[in-house]
Design a protein around this ligand. Structure first.
Ligand code: SF4
Ligand code: SF4
Length: 463
């Protein structure tokens, strides 16, 4: 990226710091393996889910034109918007809870920026080599080798980015039809736009911007400190044990030389994807990926020193005080989260596949017929939220004997349709009751388990 210099008036200082490309060294270790596993699982979900079938349709599909979301056996309609809101609240609370307990776990292991950057970095390493080779290649002149390696990397990056854009669109438009259209080069203009837009965003963010997204664009990095306390797990360099740092021969007694355990090899800096030095303390740029822990553990093993010079720990532990996992904010987050998750599961499982609105006719309270019957008129709105057409029958019940006009009629409601109908409920003349609350039930003739009951007010003259 080119440096843009804006001189301060009279001082000659730049306001803008030039970006220095970070060349993270590859590392193996327990946390790296955990991160790789997380990348596989999350990318697997993203790239495979739109291809799964469920009941003869795409298992996960957010069908915006028809305003319905399919998630395996569940279908959500605009009326179910509350569940989406509920899910977002659960996601936000989960972030608060896990951050309060384990720091930036989300950033290090699950954030899409981390996951796709890891994947793009993997392709870069396979084509351009390790950290030293990549540095040499970038500093060297353009030649056939550089052209071949950079060209291969770009082909892989662009293909993967376009596949990502295509998959993203496949969550909103049936992916098999989309694949046929893409192969026939007949994608619609909007689909083409979103495939390229999302592909380009992936290419730019994971290929070039990388740690700059975390450092300068992500709002979470800014407010995370509000969720930290001295009992939160953070990745920290143990200054007390490591300092004074300095090189020494393997097997020699560092203490006798007046040194700490840090041999100043800078491996922890070289593996860092954001290019910071964890030995300078907790920094906003640290995404808690734990690569520096793996690097330092490897060095400690080689030097015959105990692991954990850089480790997950808490400020209280570093201050030789007790760490409290169960503290008020964690308990409050956990309690709220548990209640919301249980409530969500119960609400989704009890969700009725048909909904019914009963609206009274505002023009008349009730009508007395010539032979003394009392009629109330309502408008019914039936929404069929199932995936099939349903034939419904309507029933009314209350403290008196009620009949419906028209009686015994069936109503055919296609999947996803709202059916409006006028309904007259009649109470016979020989029942001298006043007003009462009645139940109106809509029952499917195709599946007796599908029914819904709503209460309505039946008005009549006082007895
Ligand atoms: S990897 Fe460990 S030993 Fe090497 S510089 Fe970092 S903290 Fe010191
Ligand atoms: S300091 Fe360590 S944990 Fe933080 S981003 Fe760098 S390598 Fe990852």
């Amino acid at each position: 990226m080119n440096e843009v210099r804006i001189p301060l008036h009279g001082s000659g200082q730049a306001l803008y710091v030039a970006h220095e490309k970070v060349y993270p060294r590859e590392i193996d270790g327990r946390f790296e393996r955990l991160r790789t596993l997380s990348v596989w699982v999350l990318l697997g979900i993203f790239y495979l889910f739109p291809w799964l079938e469920w009941n003869g349709r795409q298992a996960v599909l957010f069908d915006l034109p028809d305003r319905k979301f399919f998630i395996f056996g569940l279908v959500f309609w605009p009326q179910d918007f509350i569940f989406l809101t509920w899910l977002l609240i659960i996601a936000a609370l989960s972030l608060f809870f896990f951050t309060a307990v384990g720091g930036r776990l989300w950033c290090g292991y699950a954030c899409p920026q981390t996951v796709w950057t890891e994947t793009f970095l993997w392709m870069e390493r396979r084509t351009e080599g390790d950290r030293a080779a990549r540095l040499k290649l970038d500093r060297g002149p353009w030649n056939a080798n550089k052209l071949l390696r950079k060209g291969t990397k770009q082909i892989l990056w662009v293909s993967f980015a376009l596949w990502t854009g295509f998959t993203f669109v496949g969550f909103f438009s049936p992916i098999r039809a989309l694949a046929h259209e893409a192969l026939a080069l007949s994608l619609g203009p909007w689909e083409t736009f979103w495939v390229f837009f999302y592909g380009f965003a992936t290419y730019g963010n994971a290929g070039y911007l990388r740690e700059q997204v975390c450092k300068y664009m992500c709002p979470y990095a800014r407010f995370q400190s509000a969720m930290f306390d001295k009992d939160t797990l953070v990745i920290t360099y143990d200054k007390e044990r490591g300092e004074p740092r300095g090189a020494r021969k393997r097997g020699t007694d560092a203490r006798a030389q007046g040194l700490g355990d840090c041999i100043d090899c800078t491996w922890c800096v070289q593996v860092c994807p954001t290019g910071i030095d964890i030995r300078q303390g907790l920094q906003i740029e640290c995404i808690a990926c734990a690569a520096c822990i793996d690097a330092c553990d490897e060095i400690m093993d080689k030097m015959g020193s105990p692991r954990g010079l850089i480790r997950y720990t808490t400020q209280h532990a570093l201050d030789h005080k007790a760490t409290h996992l169960l503290r008020p904010r964690v308990l409050i987050y956990a309690g709220l989260l548990g209640a919301l998750v249980v409530g969500f599961v119960v609400a989704v499982s009890l969700r009725s596949p048909v909904s019914l609105d009963v609206i009274r006719d505002r023009n008349s309270l009730y009508r007395l017929t010539d032979d003394g019957n009392v009629d109330n008129v309502y408008t019914l709105r039936i929404l069929n939220k199932t995936e099939r057409e349903q034939n419904f029958r309507i029933e009314a019940s209350g403290g008196s004997k009620l009949t419906l006009l028209p009686a015994d009629r069936e109503y055919h409601v296609p999947s996803g349709d709202v059916y409006s109908l006028p309904l007259r409920v009649r109470r016979a003349a020989y029942q001298p009751l006043g007003a009462e609350t009645i139940q109106i039930t809509v029952r499917s003739l195709d599946d007796p388990a599908i029914h819904v009951t709503t209460r309505a007010r039946f008005l009549a003259p006082a007895k």
